[in-house]
Design a protein around this ligand. Structure first.
Ligand code: FHN
Length: 421
């Protein structure tokens, strides 16, 4: 009985801890560091086999005079994001924060700045929730490349560095909302949590930051799943967040020539689809070496913000769509999101003056198009079909027009199982 009670209490604390995150639905990921100078993505050191000595010379050139954390935060806020996650240290080992256990930091090299502190201060001032990305692995340690069995001394030194630096990040920057581990994989090793001593590490993190949300990449499930470059819902009750680049999936850090960018419509529809599954969308930007963010990214984030200003009620604080709705609920038109007794029909593919969906059991009390002051009519059949009439011939929003359906209760699917067409 005691064990069950303990489980129940942990679930309550989980639900309380995760609520702001799930309500937020949308965050901005930022990958920035020495690799931005080369403009060929954050894996450049590894894929071009640049020696750590050669790569370290970049630190003498990394002096982003145009970096202004307030501008990054303002862009994220203007995009409608409710939290941000910044790479405090990526796999290359270079810290954007002050560390007692490493000289390879932005404080002890050319820039002489603690960029993490500037980011934290700017985000806190703007009421933006704060996330730290931290790569457990560090390519500069031979123990990572040959593995803990071949070079336990170097591997364990890398683990010690991780524990010390995570402690610095959790101690020196005030209340932190998300710890976003990455780089936990160890070639040839399955139980990575054992080698990173993740249980001990996360116990220390939670002692220092009791409200923090920890992702699933230290080898322990912790609080959130993190599908990457795809939108895939976790099991009901489990928070999750899809992280994605604007460019194609080969690079999160700045890439000088990356013409293959996702459209704003695609990005908005990924955000909506994540919300439909009760998940979050963490959209990445890779700032330039001078600290500015390229126009194509600024334009997309600004347009997402415009869309959210009109349609945010269908995203923020939305619930996962209950199972059983026919083909996601909106058939060929798009996807559904929900909040309480309101069902939001996100129309990606505009049908003209009449929209038809099947599979809603509830009685629809009224319907409105978000951001459009136009009366529309709803007709329902006894077998769950809905005809929304009087719609404009052309879609009011080019990315996703949202029709809000007020129901007589929480959304319930109408099942056609066993009923022939
Ligand atoms: O190797 C990293 C990669 O550089 C990037 O940081 C992504 C973001 O989630 N995570 C790892 C690849 O899964």
């Amino acid at each position: 009985m005691l064990i069950k009670w303990g489980w129940v209490m942990s679930q309550i604390s989980y639900k309380k801890r995760i609520k702001w995150f799930s309500d937020a639905r949308f965050g901005i990921f930022i990958h920035w560091g020495l690799y931005s100078i080369l403009g060929r993505g954050e894996w450049v050191m590894y894929v071009e086999r640049i020696s750590k000595e050669e790569y370290a010379k970049l630190a003498d050139k990394f002096n982003p005079t145009k970096f202004n954390a307030h501008k990054w935060v303002a862009l994220a806020k203007n995009a409608g994001a409710r939290y941000m996650v910044l790479t405090t240290r990526h796999h290359d080992g270079f810290c954007l924060f002050d560390s007692k256990v490493s000289n390879f930091t932005s404080v002890k090299t050319a820039a002489k700045r603690d960029f993490v502190r500037e980011y934290v201060n700017a985000a806190r001032k703007a009421g933006m929730r704060i996330g730290f990305y931290y790569s457990l692995l560090d390519w500069r340690f031979p123990g990572y490349h040959v593995g803990p069995k071949k070079d336990p001394i170097s591997f364990n030194a890398m683990v010690e560095q991780a524990h010390e630096q995570v402690k610095e990040l959790m101690t020196n920057y005030g209340k932190i909302d998300i710890l976003w581990y990455d780089g936990g994989w160890i070639p040839g090793i399955k139980d990575i949590a054992k080698y990173w001593r993740s249980k001990e590490l996360n116990k220390m993190v939670r002692k220092l930051q009791p409200h923090i949300i920890i992702n699933n990449r230290s080898g322990i499930a912790e609080d959130i799943d993190t599908p990457e470059q795809h939108v895939t819902a976790s099991k009901p009750g489990r928070a999750w967040e899809s992280c994605m680049t604007i460019g194609d999936s080969c690079g999160w850090g700045y890439i000088k020539h990356n013409p293959n960018l996702k459209s704003t419509t695609q990005l908005i529809q990924y955000l909506v689809t994540a919300a439909s599954g009760g998940g979050n969308y963490l959209l990445n930007v890779g700032p330039k070496p001078d600290g500015t963010i390229q126009k194509e990214f600024v334009d997309r984030l600004t347009e997402i913000g415009r869309w959210l200003k009109v349609n945010g009620e269908s995203i923020y604080g939305s619930d996962r769509i209950p199972p059983g709705f026919l083909w996601g609920g909106a058939g060929m038109l798009g996807v559904l999101t929900a909040k309480g007794r309101t069902l939001y029909l996100h129309v990606f593919r505009w049908p003209g003056s009449i929209a038809t969906i099947a599979g809603i059991k509830n009685k629809i009390l009224s319907a409105r198009i978000l951001g459009v002051n136009k009366k529309i009519k709803v007709e329902q059949t006894i077998d769950g079909k809905v005809f929304i009439k009087g719609l404009p011939e052309n879609p009011p929003d080019k990315h996703d027009t949202v029709i809000a359906l007020e129901l007589d209760g929480k959304p319930e699917p109408y099942s056609y199982d066993g009923i022939p067409l």
